[in-house]
Design a protein around this ligand. Structure first.
Ligand code: SF4
Length: 319
């Protein structure tokens, strides 16, 4: 099966007063239709930058400086601005962090959904827009009558489902959801995740779920990518990541999760992630890595295949 998403050597740089910040440093990944990838990492690791770069929504002083993002055979980095506007929502859609708070409080939901359709693909009749809004709302478990309501009449979970409905209006091949359940209670979190799961199955789209909640990832995704300082450190199946992580940073992340067998014992990761303006030489994790050796300071380990479906960026991990 052909990948529906191919990201290769994606690079994003911010030009700040303090200097040049490499926020995304040559990220590669592929997703098959229907696959679900969890993108995890500490704040500032580059997860949201990666999503914005794939959508070509990096704003100055940031710039995409290299790489390709191919969705269903079309390289988004080569499209004109107008073509890219059409590709958003129809090829690739992005449900940003806190999306539910971005709904316009003085517009009915249906009008906002209609605007989104017209903004990204102008050639719809009023009947087609109304039909698509109804079916998108039904797909996310809401009644079509929600289209006539204002955001303040909806609960947080319903608003988040409206945002997912907007994201699937034009049946994208790839959906990126950035922390879609933050600020929701656990019951609503589960409902929102089930909604994402069902729309993903309905559309056969690939999903990238960005977040910190490893428990949620374990239940929802097929593969997990761990990011650190703008680089992918490990990309493995969810099973391998939780039972046998290979990269020392992934090992530390998994170890830091609460454990039923060692209640009350927490294993933090020592130190802090380095500032992107002053990355250490070689492997950027070396100041915190318990296995670091001299070679780790000398060169950046590339992300390499280290087993079936396992990519790891570490000098010490062998095939
Ligand atoms: Fe640790 Fe070296 Fe591997 Fe980096 S390359 S994670 S410092 S062992």
């Amino acid at each position: 099966m052909q990948p529906v998403l191919q990201v290769s050597n994606l690079q994003v740089t911010y030009y700040t007063e303090g200097g040049r910040v490499r926020a995304l440093d040559g990220v590669n990944l592929n997703l098959l239709p229907g696959e679900k990838l969890g993108l995890v990492g500490e704040s500032g690791s580059g997860k949201s930058t990666m999503a914005l770069a794939m959508m070509r929504m990096i704003k100055p002083p940031g710039r995409i400086e290299g790489g390709n993002v191919v969705v269903d055979g079309v390289d988004l980095t080569k499209l004109t601005d107008e073509e890219m506007r059409e590709a958003r929502l129809s090829r690739i859609s992005y449900i940003p962090q806190g999306a539910m708070n971005s709904l316009n409080p003085v517009m009915r939901i249906g009008a906002q959904m209609g605007d989104a359709m017209k903004a990204h693909k102008a050639q719809f009749s009023a009947t087609q827009i109304a039909e698509r809004i109804d079916s998108a709302l039904v797909s996310v478990g809401l009644k079509p009558s929600v289209a006539k309501m204002y955001p303040h009449e909806l609960s947080g979970g319903m608003k988040q489902r409206v945002c997912i409905a907007i994201g699937i209006l034009l049946k994208p091949k790839v959906i990126i959801a950035d922390e879609p359940t933050s600020a929701l209670d656990v019951v609503t979190q589960r409902q929102v995740m089930q909604t994402l799961d069902s729309v993903q199955k309905e559309l056969g789209a690939a999903i990238i779920l960005i977040g910190h909640d490893m428990g949620l990832m374990a239940q929802f995704v097929d593969k997990v990518a761990v990011m650190y300082t703008g680089r992918l450190m490990e990309l493995s199946t969810v099973q391998d990541m939780f039972t046998n992580p290979l990269h020392p940073y992934a090992v530390a992340l998994i170890k830091s999760l609460p454990n039923l067998h060692q209640r009350g014992v927490f294993h933090g990761i020592p130190g802090l992630a380095p500032a992107l303006l002053r990355l250490p030489p070689g492997c950027s994790f070396h100041p915190r890595c318990p296995l670091a050796q001299d070679a780790c300071k000398a060169s950046v380990p590339p992300l390499e295949l280290k087993g079936p479906n396992r990519f790891v960026a570490c000098h010490l991990v062998n095939k």
